[in-house]
Design a protein around this ligand. Sequence first.
Ligand code: SAM
Length: 248
Amino acid sequence: MIVTIYTLFPNLVEPYLQEAILARAIHEGKLTVQIRDLRRFAGNASGRVDDAPYGGGAGMVIRPDVVTAALNEVTQDEPPPNETVLLTPAGERATQRTMEDLATQTHICLVAGRYEGFDARAESRFDRHLSIGDYVLMGGELPALVVLEAVARLLPGVLGDEDSHRHDSFSTGLLDHPQYTRPAVFEGEAVPDVLTSGHHANVAQWRRRTALERTAKVRPDLIDPKKLTPDERAWLTALQHNNNEDDA
Ligand code: SAM
């Protein structure tokens, strides 16, 4: 897969690719990342890409010709991007499903903004507008890296254990279950017995139920009762009933 990132600050993005799993994936050719400087399309010696907003007001806006030139350039790539993605707080909010969708593409192009963002006429040229959450950052570099990393870990061979992302939060439709490692007792708190029992079915049931419990408590909006077994629905109802009694 190829991921092309256009940014006004390539030096913010590049170091992140030089460590850990992303660096290995790139080194092993499982992923190609192209970082490109948007300022090349400034069209002036000073490298200025922004201008004042029509209608007045604070901040500056990135000119449409700059972004359009970048999109025209990347379209000439072989293969061209299947998806061009504008990073903006005003976009659809990214979820694990979005990342799964992007991970099926052969080439995605991510464009990171700065200042007040982009001229609306350039925004309309993108396939997708993506927000990484309901807060505003200073620039699109971190959002681009968030998308890159979330997508990269879904690509075949990138994670050491092929199966590990399938059990992660959201991929299962629930948050992940609690995890434990050595020592067996830490500051007086022991690992749950079931995890040291060697009984695989009980471990699986414990993991599923603790995931369900955690999700019901923290992110009840994620739970789709249709995706639970009748046993799990009954267990969850009993748990919620007990919790309500405890609260009363
Ligand atoms: N005026 C814009 C607004 O209120 O929607 C905010 C612009 S922000 C200061 C500058 C750039 O940061 C944006 O063009 C975008 O690329 C990036 N950015 C900031 N927050 C983001 C978020 N939550 N998701 C994706 N991109 C974001």
